[in-house]
Design a protein around this ligand. Structure first.
Ligand code: SF4
Ligand code: ZN
Length: 709
């Protein structure tokens, strides 16, 4: 037997023994009927569910799983068999970790790790992964001989936008060396026990179930999906135990290469298990193994620039200066000019720079662009990116947009030399990089002089915002001659295609009709292609021959018919990264809408995660549909079934967020004032019967509508 398979089997057998003991103990202590579940998931014990179809619900379900686990450990001297033993280790780790959650409570409350990653987080990662904003996923495990080595590797990943999950004492090592952690910073500590590695494994596995429509029990389909579509790899630090080696075999079975920092001689398996002793090479080598290409942006600024800094928060104590609309004039505007009115790469700072000694400044960020293919409609598309680009600067925080924003610059960034003209360089370089197909020339003026900034706000920005709002208001599905497909999410959800119309943005909430139109202009053969509106066969339900044709071809034949306005008949497919899901509530005949952030129960008896699992992966499930937040106030929301009059329940936060626009739509379509007051939320009830009573009391219009089914 080879030394490698030996080690793997030894590790798997050790984990099998531990798992069996732990299951027996738990049953003896709590009883076989005791429920066991990970928090906030619709996928039970995800590894077991995906691999076998078994839904673990109680401790009594586990002994059979231990049996399956043991059967995977054949002891045969064959690398394929040994990788199966690696999967057995994953199953064992899942059970051991799952047992920590018996009795509710958060077993990770006192750990610096977070443990199990809830479904909504995985869904929220969909868009950044498909856009390449997160180019890959690193799993860092163990304890390095030198703490600095871990920190160096993790910071390198962070600067490249890689999402890093950490397991073991390397977490403390990285923290001590100043690595900032948190999901928004792309470094996620999972836990200290080696078994907590399962929490990243189940992220990959649930991605297959959520986005890939992989059927539970289809182990081969599962392994193919993770190998092809989840760009993950593993780095181990420090000496390798048998358990780590067998867990590594599990990773390899899923298609994730493992890079170790120990001399393992001829145990190496090229492309799957490799040793890199020099930590300066770890990241580069790991990325190459997974064929992850990083687009480096070398900008002429003194601070780092990466998507990983987008979520960075700058507290008052760390702040050098601030631009804030509550204190001073602020506005940001992209405006289109004639070619000769723009001097390319001209950057002007008009007014005091941030080293003038003040801590608060006005700021008008005034960007003029020109280009042969530039269109007025693209101004807002470019302008909306300012938020992300400023946030990508390490030590800069930007919130808000238009004339309502707040920017903070940290002491640290200031000390590194960051000044106003660097903001201009960022804008210039990013616009020329991302919008080069439409922008030929760009000039940036940063006005900190309060009077001049106010003049720009009043004379340029406000009229432009108003004109744009009027344009958006007049953009209806009827007023345009094209819709667009979006298939960005196909890298995860191969049979999903969004149809984006003026009154229905992409279900991720990130792609409006204007965005799709700009995407087509920027990338002719790209993810957004025009759909002709000709020959509409059913206006109410929204059936168009070209919608069917385009979706059919975009999904390689997986989807035949899509209606734009019905949720009961050929509803639009969902990938999995939707902001909200709506589903029928049979007692009231209405629709419940739930957003990804809401953790509680809905009157359908399902949580967001459970509702969300009803659709996704390109599947059409009548009665359930993913959609963006903005769609809720659209006149086209479930228009075929009575429109917004069907909405009976939403989480309060969501309702408050959309009520202004929703009430305006309700006034126009239904003649009802303050419609949002008729919609229940969790503070009213999460019980279907009580919901019906509430709706009756309020005279909710759903009660006049025909049954949905
Ligand atoms: Fe994905 Fe649809 Fe959003 Fe495009 S519009 S990124 S396909 S969810
Ligand atoms: Zn998606």
């Amino acid at each position: 037997m080879s030394a490698l398979t030996d080690l793997i089997y030894a590790g798997s057998n050790a984990v099998a023994g531990l798992t069996e003991g732990a299951v027996n103990d738990a049953i003896a202590k709590h009883g076989a009927e005791t429920p066991v579940a990970f928090p906030d998931t619709a996928y039970f014990f995800p590894t077991i569910y995906a691999a076998t179809g078994v839904k673990v619900k109680t401790l009594g379900d586990l002994p059979a799983c231990v049996g399956v686990l043991k059967s995977l450990i054949t002891g045969q001297d064959d690398i394929g068999q040994a990788l199966n033993a690696g999967l057995a280790t994953a199953v064992g780790a899942e059970i051991i970790e799952g047992l920590k959650y018996v009795g509710g409570g958060d077993p990770y409350a006192d750990d610096s790790g977070i443990g199990f990653v809830p479904d909504p987080i995985i869904r929220s990662l969909g868009v950044p992964l498909v856009t390449g904003d997160i180019p890959g996923v690193a799993v860092v495990i163990g304890k390095a001989a030198e703490a600095g080595d871990v920190a160096k590797v993790v910071k390198d990943y962070q600067s490249k936008g890689i999402l890093t999950f950490m397991i073991g004492e390397c977490i403390e090592q990285a923290l001590e060396a100043g690595v900032k952690m948190g999901l928004e910073l792309r470094v996620v500590p999972l836990g200290h026990d080696v078994t907590s590695v399962i929490h990243v494994v189940t992220v990959a596995i649930r991605a297959a179930l959520i986005f890939g429509n992989v059927q539970p029990g289809d182990l081969a389909g599962l392994l193919q999906y993770t190998k092809d579509r989840v760009p993950a790899f593993v780095n181990t630090f420090g000496p390798l135990s048998e358990v780590v080696v067998s867990a590594g075999a599990g990773a390899i079975a899923l298609g994730f290469p493992v890079v170790v920092d120990q001399d393992i001689g001829d145990l190496q398996v090229p492309g799957a298990l490799e040793a890199v002793l020099n930590h300066d090479e770890t990241a580069k080598h790991s990325l190459a193994l997974r064929n992850i290409k990083i687009k480096v942006k070398e900008l002429p600024i003194p601070v780092a620039f990466a998507a990983a800094f987008e979520g960075e928060i700058i507290r008052k104590a760390d702040m050098k200066v601030e631009f804030w609309s509550s204190k001073n004039t602020t506005c940001e505007l992209v405006t289109m000019r004639d070619m000769d009115a723009v001097e390319d790469h001209k950057i002007v700072v008009d007014g005091p720079d941030i080293d003038s000694g003040e801590t608060e400044y006005a700021l008008a960020t005034y960007i003029e662009v020109a280009g042969a293919k530039m269109q007025k409609d693209f101004e807002s598309v470019i302008e909306r990116k300012i938020h992300a680009w400023f946030n990508y600067m390490e030590g800069v925080m930007h919130t808000g947009q238009r004339n309502q924003f707040r920017i903070r610059v940290s002491n640290d960034a200031y000390d590194k030399g960051l000044r106003m003209r660097h903001f201009g360089e960022v804008l210039y370089n990013m616009i020329m990089d991302e919008f080069d197909a439409v922008v030929d020339k760009c000039q940036v003026t940063l006005v900190t002089d309060p009077e001049k900034a106010t003049k720009i706000l009043n004379e340029e920005a406000m009229p432009a915002y108003n004109a744009r709002d009027d344009r958006l208001g007049s953009l209806t599905d009827e007023s345009v001659d094209k819709f667009y497909t979006c298939i960005l999410c196909q890298s995860f959800a191969p049979s999903h295609c969004c149809v984006v119309t003026p009154e229905r943005l992409g279900l991720c909430g990130a792609v409006s009709w204007l965005d799709a139109k700009a995407t087509k202009e920027l990338n002719d053969a790209g993810p957004c292609q025009p759909i002709s509106k000709e020959g509409c066969t059913d206006e109410k339900k929204g059936y168009y021959p070209d919608v069917d044709r385009m979706v059919h071809s975009a999904t390689q034949g997986a989807v035949e018919h899509v209606s734009l306005y019905s949720i009961m008949e050929d509803p639009m497919t969902s990938c999995g990264c939707f902001e909200c899901i709506c589903g029928i509530e049979p007692v009231s005949n209405g629709l419940v809408i739930c957003n990804r952030e809401f953790k509680g129960m809905t009157p359908t008896g399902m949580t967001f995660g459970e509702l969300a699992s009803m659709t996704g992966g390109g599947v059409q499930t009548p009665g359930f549909m993913g959609h963006g937040r903005h769609f809720i106030s659209s006149k086209k929301f479930a228009a075929a079934e009575g429109g917004i009059a069907r909405i009976v329940w939403m989480p309060k936060e969501l309702k408050d967020d959309v009520s202004h626009r929703l009430n305006a739509t309700a006034k126009e379509l239904l003649g009802i004032d303050n419609f949002s007051d008729m919609i229940a939320d969790e503070t009213v009830t999460t019980d279907a019967e009580e919901l019906l009573n509430f709706l009756t009391e309020k005279g909710h219009p759903v009660l006049q509508l025909e049954p949905l089914m």
